[in-house]
Write a protein of this length. Structure first.
Lengths: 94, 495, 422
């Protein structure tokens, strides 16, 4: 096996999981750490890729400042788990 | 920047601002929902600004035009190509849990704005200004309603997607007053451009970075090295929503940090929340750290190539230039010129009157009389936009010598503002019209005939005699004659 | 016997008489249908009912089509087998006991089983072409920007397009005619350069004089049975007057890495919105917003989705962004340049769609990397924003094989014409 420059430990998996707001059980952390090791090692081949410039072929796509129809409040709230007086209701932010 | 004398061992306050201003557009930045304010929650929303699965952003051209106008006004460069990025963080006011903003390719770079504080002019560097979407708004409910104590949150996405321009200054401010002056000047410029409405709730929001560094780090130009700035712990103060608030919050924070340093404590690098009602800043749990935002290009929005718009989109004359021109063109003093350019509407109205009547008279009437009365009533010129024709007419009456200045000011102007009456109506009703020339002449002749002694005294060279005669004429005309005119007429008759 | 092609069966009648009057269409369940739940094959959206129609759904209705159901798929499009669906796997009507391919497995299976005349899928890295090949039907991945993505629940938004499935090349092209064209709600769509006639008109089988390039890299590592079927196809084209030659795409060895880094990075951001506040699953666990979001997402997403979100978060995070995300963008530009150069020499490129025949159900779930490598032939096309079509090319050991024709940007007519010669 070639030398690995990527080592994914459980701590790193926990860190990205917290950034991504996905709670993981301990066994998931271990399993993902192993799989990430394999996958990221494979991705290492990107190191060999030269710098290549690419110009965007589509630019300046804009719309005029004209109002369009909004959703009815009921329709906007219809899929929400919890609402109150026309508001979405969510957990506290403390 | 002006050189400042800094003593060894002095502590210097360093402030930088990130100013978020809502741009005046009909619709949101990425969808066709109206930006108009409404009390009903979640009414100006659609799949795009609610972040519904599958919805896509499409950029509002007017928001980009506004950004270019701002770039022009602050003398910034508009790069050949500019793009949008996603800033990834979780917060319940953020419908997609990322914000579409600009990162390393902002639409405005390297601008500046001149401010004056206590008569001293300074140029503040604006590092960048970029377009982004406003998040929604949160209400913290239960537990006293504090952000840190509430039981749950109510979310309203009406504001989500309102176009914002974030204007980031260099850490060029040394006092809270300078920061306030900058905000006032910036607001004035934005209003002149017609891209901003200061009267709108939450239209201006400021995050301020403040740190205290050793005076030794300040060079002869008043600049502070990057290393010293980075070494100093700074706090980011959020939730500032006005110039006054900025000055208060920064003054509070400055004192708090200086006290900590004097007591030998370390100032913590942290985000603090300005609590306007309590007049203090409080430590706030941070969202993500800058390094965790995982910025990357927003592929749903093709890049912009709009640098040439800078040449194509006109902007009006800006306050500083207009002030200078007023001083020259209308021979106004600094104070009058400053008052008369304080808002575009005032300046436009002044020019309207000054072109027609005597510029000095116009200046007195707009800067002193009108603005004075408005200020007394806590009104802005925009509140009486529909009455400006009437004010114009009133100045015409004064200029034409048809009423006295005193009556114009004390009776007519106040009546117009308080009761909404027309100046001509008030003059008619109150009988304020200056008395006709014939009537005055008649009164002059009568006064001469009835007072031979005074005439004799006058002819004998007694100075007070003519004043007695003027008084007699004024009494006969019920005070509506002009005392100066009467004086002239009497002298003519007596020669 | 049902193959579990549909997550939700429905009957939405077209509003007008049109080119699709009387035809039934199955729609992948990541394409929004007003009033009909759109689950993306996920527990997260099991009860989500969009209040709006995707642009392609509006166009289907206006063309007179009848939408018969929302089809099964790998969760949020993340998979090659349709086995990551929260709603169970779909059997392959052309090879029972095998996967239908993915992620648009339900759409391909619905057409293969005759449960719909036509179907729409989405293709981020092969998700139309793979199931078309595995189920023995035709599938088209259009040029990026030809078909509106408005209403398509995003997975890798810089890579994906909605496209058609059908039993024949001409039918698939006719469905493309209905859904193609710029949309003011999708800023990445644009008018295709003028071409002669409709896409369906191009299905005339005339390949006389056509030059076909065969990228040698896309045959490496392919199953021998697949290569044999592919070579027979090439011979058929040659006998119809086409010329063939080998071409080189040196960059494609990096395509799988580049594709997964980009797709996962975009997915980590695109799927951030599922936090249980506005729509979708919401955990009962309580707590503040951090706790609630973390629980909601842990409960609502399956393993493969979590894996890709976490890897994408990692690839974009401080310290790794330049190593992975930025390098993947370079690789993407490199792949694009390689294709550009190839199209200077040939009219279309041909390869096996998938290097292997369909896996047995349940066979492939344990090793994610091996499954990613199966996308080697399809992902370069998405990286380069190009159009490609997969058409049936016989069988190996009784299992369907597909061949893929790739065209230059907006060269849909050319690949339709080529495919129609088989």
């Amino acid at each position: 096996m070639t030398e690995r420059t990527t080592a994914v430990d459980a701590e790193e998996v926990r860190h990205v999981a917290s950034l991504a707001r996905v709670d993981l059980a301990d066994d998931e952390v271990g399993r993902f750490a192993e799989q990430f090791e394999d996958i990221l090692t494979y991705f290492e081949r990107l190191d060999e890729v030269p710098e290549v410039d690419h110009d965007a072929d589509l630019t300046n796509v804009m719309r005029p400042d004209e109002p369009r129809e909004c959703l009815e409040t009921d329709a906007a709230l219809e899929n929400a788990a919890d609402t109150e007086d026309g508001f979405f209701k969510g957990p506290n932010v403390s | 920047m002006t050189a400042q004398t800094v003593q060894r061992g002095d502590l210097v306050t360093v402030i930088g601002l990130e100013v978020h201003v809502q741009l005046e557009t009909e619709t949101k930045i990425f969808c066709g929902c109206p930006t108009a304010q409404t009390d009903e929650p979640n009414t100006n929303v659609c799949p795009v600004c609610l972040g519904l699965p599958g919805a896509l952003p499409v950029l509002n051209e007017t928001a980009v035009e506004a950004a270019v106008k701002i770039g022009k006004a602050i003398d910034a460069s508009i790069p050949e190509e500019t793009r949008f990025h996603r800033k990834n963080y979780y917060y319940p006011d953020l419908p997609k849990n990322f914000q579409i903003t600009q990162y390393d390719e902002p639409i405005c770079q390297d601008g500046e704005l001149e401010i004056a504080v206590e008569g001293e002019r300074r140029t503040i560097t604006i590092e960048r200004a970029h377009l982004e979407e406003d998040p929604g708004s949160l209400q913290h409910v239960g537990g006293g309603g504090g952000i840190d104590t509430a039981e749950y949150t109510l979310v309203n996405y009406n504001r989500a997607g309102v176009p914002l321009m974030e204007i980031v200054t260099a850490p060029d401010f040394r006092t809270a007053a300078e920061a306030r002056a900058f905000l006032a000047e910036l607001e004035e410029v934005l209003e002149y451009l017609g891209v901003f409405d200061a009267g709108r709730d939450g239209s201006l929001r400021v995050d301020a970075n403040l740190s205290i560094v050793d005076g030794e780090e300040v060079d002869d130009e008043g600049r502070i090295g990057t290393e010293a700035l980075e070494a100093a712990n700074r706090t980011e103060v959020k939730n500032i929503s006005s110039h006054k608030g900025a000055e208060k919050a920064l003054a509070y924070e400055e004192t708090r940090q200086r006290n900590a340093i004097q007591r030998g404590r370390v100032v913590e690098q942290e985000t603090r929340h300005w609590d306007e009602s309590r007049g203090i800043t409080v430590s706030m749990r941070s969202k993500e750290a800058e390094k965790d935002y995982r910025y990357f290009r927003e592929a749903d929005l093709p890049p912009l190539r709009v640098s040439h718009w800078k040449d194509e989109i006109p902007i009006p004359e800006l306050p500083t230039a207009r002030r200078e021109r007023f001083r020259e063109e209308y021979a106004l003093g600094e104070e009058a010129a400053s008052k008369l350019t304080s808002t575009k509407q005032v300046a436009d109205f002044y020019e309207d009157v000054a072109r027609e009547f005597d510029p000095d008279l116009a200046a007195t009437w707009v800067a002193d009389e009108l603005l004075g009365e408005l200020n007394y009533r806590d009104l802005e010129i925009t509140d009486v936009a529909g009455r400006l024709d009437a004010v114009h007419r009133l100045i015409e009456l004064v200029d034409g010598d048809e009423i006295t200045a005193k009556n114009a000011r004390e009776v007519v102007l106040r009546g117009m503002l308080d009761d909404g009456d027309d100046p001509d109506e008030i003059v008619e009703r109150e009988g304020l019209g200056k008395t006709g020339a014939d009537e005055v002449e008649q009164a002059v002749l009568e006064a001469i005939e009835e007072n031979p002694e005074a005439v004799a005294d006058h002819e004998a060279g007694e100075a007070g005699a003519i004043n007695f005669l003027v008084g007699q004429v004024m009494a006969k005309t019920g005070g509506s004659a002009d005392p100066g005119d009467v004086n002239g007429l009497l002298r003519e008759e007596l020669e | 016997m049902s193959v579990n092609a549909f997550i939700t069966e429905t009957e939405l009648e077209g509003t007008d008489e049109g080119p699709l009057s009387g035809r039934t269409v199955a729609v992948k369940d990541n394409i929004s249908t007003a009033g009909v739940r759109t689950t993306c094959g996920s527990k997260m959206l099991a009860e989500y009912v969009p209040p709006y129609d995707a642009t392609v759904v509006e166009r289907l209705k206006a063309a007179g089509a009848t939408i018969v159901g929302k089809t099964n798929m790998d969760e949020f499009g993340m998979g090659t087998t349709t086995e990551t669906s929260h709603f169970g796997s779909t059997d392959n009507p052309a090879a029972p006991g095998h996967v239908p391919g993915g992620s648009s497995g339900g759409s391909a299976a619905a057409v293969a089983a005759g449960e719909a005349d036509l179907a729409l899928g989405s293709d981020t890295g092969g998700s139309i072409r793979c199931p078309a090949a595995f189920c023995g039907v035709v599938g088209i991945k259009p040029t990026y920007g030809l078909v509106s993505r408005y209403g398509l629940v995003a997975y890798g938004n810089s890579l994906e397009q909605i496209g058609p499935f059908a039993q024949t090349v001409e039918d698939a092209a006719a469905l493309l005619d209905v859904i193609a064209g710029p949309d003011e709600r999708d800023a990445t769509t644009r008018e295709a350069p003028d071409g002669e006639g409709t896409y369906a008109d191009a299905a005339d089988g005339d390949v006389d004089g056509l030059s076909v390039g065969i990228p040698t890299e896309l045959l490496e590592g392919a199953d021998q049975g697949v290569i044999d079927a592919f070579e027979e196809t090439v011979e058929t084209l040659e006998s119809a007057g086409a010329t063939t030659r080998e071409v080189c795409l040196p960059s494609v060895g990096h395509a799988v890495s580049a594709y997964y880094v980009i797709a996962m990075s975009e997915a980590s951001s695109n799927l951030a919105r599922f936090d249980g506040v506005r729509y979708g699953h919401s955990s009962d666990a309580g707590g503040n917003w951090n706790d609630a979001f973390g629980r909601t997402r842990a409960e609502g997403f399956g393993d493969e989705v979590k894996r890709r979100i976490l890897l994408g978060t990692y690839a974009l995070s401080a310290g790794y962004h330049d190593k992975y995300y930025k390098k993947a963008q370079d690789a993407r530009a490199w792949v694009t340049r390689d294709f550009d150069e190839a199209f200077d020499e040939v009219d279309v490129l041909a390869s096996p769609t998938m290097p292997v025949p369909p896996f047995e159900l349940g066979e492939s779930l344990d090793d994610p990397l091996q499954l990613y490598l199966a996308d080697a032939n399809t992902v370069p096309v998405n990286l380069a924003n190009l159009p490609a079509i997969s058409v049936p090319a016989g069988e190996t050991n009784g299992l369907p094989v597909g061949v893929q024709f790739i065209g230059p940007a907006f060269g849909e007519r050319r690949i339709v014409r080529t495919a129609s010669a088989l």
